[in-house]
Structures are given as C-alpha cells and as structure tokens.
Design a protein around this ligand. Structure first.
Ligand code: MF3
Ligand code: CO
Ligand code: CO
Length: 299
C-alpha cells in the first residue's frame, strides 16, 4: 500500500497545480520514511492500541473527517464519482497521507484486481465498494462515499450518505434509519459490553422499520492496518462474541437494505449490489473504546 504514491503517471501535470510535469515537480519530494507502527497485529488477533498508536489513528481519522466534510460541501446534481475521487485523491496527498483504498488488495490474491480508485462510491442499489466512474449524480439518487486515510501508517475509516435533490419519503427514511443504526451501535461501545450487543441493537432498529441488515460485510478493527480483527457484525444476540476492552479501535458501518439483505458482487470483483435491485444505505465511523465509553475518532 505504501507504493500507492507511485501510481501517479510521471508525465501527468503535477497535483499541486504548478503546471509542471509531476516528475519535474513533486515526484519523490513529499516522500519520507513511514515509521513502522510499534506492533502489527499477529494473525487475526484483536489488538489493544498503545497511546502512540491512538494519537496517530486520531490524526488520520480527523483527516478522513475533513475529507468527508469537503465532499459534503461540493457534492450535488451533475457531479460524477470520478470528480469526487479526484478531490479526495489530491487533498489526501496534499495533507501528507495516502488514500488507503487506492491499489488496496494488491498482492492479496490473483483472482481480482486491486481497488483502482481513492474512494468507494456506492449509489442506490450498490451496497458497498462501488468504483468511481463518469456517471453524473442526479436528483433522486442516494450515494455512500467511503474515505480511508493512511497517515504515517495509521488508518482512519468513515463513510456518509448523501441525498441528491428530491427522493421519496421511504428512501429518506432508509438513509435516516441507517444513521440511527450507527448511532445506536455506538451507544453500546464501552468496556465489558460485547460486539453482539452492538449487532443486536442495529438489527432490532433496522428490522423494526421493515429494512434488512446485510450479512456479507462487517465492521472491523482498524488503525495499524486497514482491516484488522475483530469482525463487527451488524446483527446478532446480546451478550455474545468478543468482549469490548479499553483502547480497542474498530469501525461500525451498518449496510441496511430496503428489500432483502442478499448481496452479490459484480464481475469487477468489488462492486457489491443488492440481488433484488432495491436501495441500500451505509454510514461508518472509526471508534476508540475509552475507560468509560467511546470516542468517535472520525466525528
Ligand atoms: N472503506 C471500506 C471499509 O469500510 C473498505 C474499502 S476496501 C476498498 O471497510 F478496497 F474497496 F477500498
Ligand atoms: Co470500514
Ligand atoms: Co470505510
């Protein structure tokens, strides 16, 4: 993933706007040694973060938040997801970070291509991992934009929904209930509670409103890697699963569907869509477990 900066074409105009070719301008300039985090997760073991790691992940998460704020200010009818991808790509590099999705999955199996863009853009019936393209957003669309920064080897991961123009009331309800699912999940984050308690409140709330919870994707530990243990399911039973402990860092990122929760991945190896073609919504935050509760690092 540290090779992502090399993917800027040498002869393209520099991202800084100087008008010079990238190779004559910033290529190689901003590169510094990325210090190795103190500990890397061993296998799929849940890690308790050190104070130094927490400080790094907090900064990275705040950059992620800022990038989503920028998207929120500019997104609207007529904007393409490739334009959003470009804004996030340039602004991430300008802040000394790397967009974690870019080239993600490289070397992790030959069956699919590495993720080719800097953000995930998941409109309408796309559940997650949509690849930005040149299609303009139009009134009636809903879209999730998911941003993850790698700042000095520390990761912050968050996503938001955006409503474009006018949408039916039930569509707005899907977006709002999904946000409430994230908020209710966050309320369950404190030491001695379990991951099952988080999944349970999310599932209860979604199903109470006649929506369904996607099973095939989950929240995850995050911080010194993009995706770490544990998995954070968005459904489940109270009092089950991993016990939450101080200084764990993980995401909650419920994907909630209007119709059935069934999902399939398109031929590009990434884009996950609803099998029934109905709408899907998602919101995500990166969370630090504190002594008595939670700090939302991407808020
Ligand atoms: N940001 C996504 C998540 O919340 C992961 C995207 S992986 C990518 O876990 F390769 F599609 F970018
Ligand atoms: Co995530
Ligand atoms: Co994400």
């Amino acid at each position: 993933m540290k090779t992502a900066a090399n993917t800027i074409p040498r002869n393209s105009p520099c991202w800084c706007g100087s008008g010079k070719k990238y190779k004559k301008c910033h290529m190689g300039k901003g590169q510094r040694q990325v210090p190795l985090p103190e500990t890397k997760p061993k296998g799929r073991q849940v890690i308790i973060k050190t104070e130094k790691q927490i400080e790094g992940i907090r900064k990275s998460s705040q950059l992620t938040k800022m990038l989503l704020d920028m998207v929120e200010e500019r997104i609207g009818e007529g904007v393409t997801s490739n334009e959003i991808d470009g804004w996030v790509y340039r602004e991430t590099l300008a802040n000394g970070a790397i967009p974690a999705p870019l080239n993600y999955g490289h070397g992790q199996g030959r069956q699919r291509m590495p993720f080719p863009k800097s953000v995930c853009s998941s409109p309408n019936n796309v559940i997650c991992h949509g690849i930005p393209n040149n299609h303009a957003l139009q009134s009636g669309d809903i879209v999730n934009i998911d941003v993850t920064c790698d700042l000095d080897g520390y990761f912050g991961d968050a996503s938001r929904m955006f409503i474009i123009g006018d949408v039916p009331d039930r569509t707005r309800e899907l977006v709002e209930v999904t946000r409430e699912c994230l908020e209710l999940g966050i309320e369950q984050v404190y030491p001695s509670n379990t991951l099952g308690d988080i999944g349970h409140v999310i599932q209860q709330h979604a199903e109470k409103h006649g929506f369904s919870v996607v099973r095939d994707f989950a929240g995850h530990g995050v911080g010194v890697e993009f995706h770490e243990a544990p998995q954070v399911l968005h459904y489940g039973q109270p009092g089950t699963g991993v016990t939450i402990q101080e200084n764990m860092i993980f995401t909650i990122e419920p994907m909630i569907n209007m119709g059935s929760y069934e999902c399939r991945v398109l031929g590009d190896g990434w884009t996950a869509v609803t099998v029934d073609g109905e709408l899907s919504a998602q919101w995500e935050h990166t969370l630090l477990v504190t002594e008595s509760g939670v700090e939302v690092l991407t808020a």
